[in-house]
Design a binder for this molecule. Structure first.
Ligand code: AMP
Ligand code: ZN
Ligand code: FE
Ligand code: FE
Length: 288
């Protein structure tokens, strides 16, 4: 069974519609796919229809923007109740804070890229009420001819080390974990310790911070992901054994031209998916 639990559509910063993603998922031979757009459940209904068309099992999810001790942490929420009012409210606030951050980002960038306006960024948002972020700024800059591809903008002015960078906001990670549980969902940390790869030094602080989130109700983390390095994988796997956590693997697909990640490049075992299903009661997996 080929199970991929992390993908993005045009409802957030993916380049393809939900229909296109499920078409590609079928071509890639996936049996199970989760749609996990940033801070929104807007694509779920469409995903149910498209998944059924292709005989693919659909897992409803969200990737929630959170922050822990100054570090940006992405929290996947599987199977939460999308009608749970406190969750709806917090997601709305996070989307609004994304919007404000993008506006500030654009102001920063205008000092060097004078043609760039907020309207150019808005023009790249194809869906109503979707979650804007750096990828949309990147698309706007490509459209204006400053760069040839999203990746080049991320390697340049949108890099975290760039003078233009503004970190994302988000809810406190511990609060997010509790909120997801209260909504009947299963919180799984996305790409933990991502991109730290080579220069990662794991300290007692890491352990303290992870235990804080585990004690709040974390179910597990996405250890098999292209941005999680070998050292982190090894350490996280040890911690997962100690606390009996779920380990997942996913592509974090953003479309063929959105990011290099390809559907099914990392996968989750059926056993792990069953453990997620057993803990989630806010919404259901649509089994094919
Ligand atoms: P933000 O959340 O606004 O800071 O933007 C970061 C998001 O952009 C992450 O979810 C990335 O997965 C996504 N992203 C999309 N395309 C790219 C790309 N080409 N390079 C890096 N990140 C990307
Ligand atoms: Zn994304
Ligand atoms: Fe992420
Ligand atoms: Fe993602």
């Amino acid at each position: 069974m080929k199970i991929d639990l992390h993908s993005h559509s045009t409802h957030s910063d993916g380049k393809e519609t939900v229909a296109q993603i499920f078409q590609y998922a079928a071509e890639a031979g996936l049996d199970v796919l989760a749609l996990t757009d940033h801070d929104t459940t807007a694509g779920w209904d469409e995903a149910r229809t498209e998944a059924a068309k292709h005989g693919i099992t659909f897992v409803p999810g969200i990737e929630i923007t959170t922050k822990h001790h100054g570090v940006s942490v992405h929290m996947l929420a599987y199977l939460p109740d999308p009608t749970y009012e406190p969750l709806i409210q917090r997601l709305k606030e996070v989307r609004e804070s994304r919007e404000t951050r993008v506006e500030r980002y654009v102001e920063n960038l205008q000092t060097e890229y004078s043609k760039l306006t907020m309207d150019d960024v808005r023009a790249t948002l194809s869906e109503e009420g979707k979650s804007p972020g750096r990828p949309h700024i990147a698309d706007a800059m490509v459209n204006l001819g400053y760069f040839g591809h999203r990746n080049e903008v991320f390697a340049g002015p949108l890099d975290k080390g760039s003078v233009f960078h503004i970190p994302s906001d988000g809810i406190h990670t511990v609060e997010a974990v509790k909120l997801i549980r209260a909504a009947g969902g299963v919180p799984v940390m996305a790409h933990p310790m991502a991109r730290a790869k080579g220069d990662l030094v794991i300290t007692e602080k890491h352990r303290e911070h992870f235990i804080e989130v585990i004690e709040a109700g974390l179910a597990g983390y996405e250890v098999h992901h292209r941005e999680v390095g070998d050292l982190a994988r090894e350490w996280l796997t040890g911690l997962a054994l100690e606390f009996d956590l779920v380990l997942t693997g996913s592509s974090d697909y953003h479309g063929m031209t959105g990011k290099d990640n390809r559907l099914g490049e990392n996968t989750t075992t059926l056993d792990m998916l069953k453990r997620i299903e057993a803990q989630g009661y806010g919404s259901a997996i649509q089994w094919a």
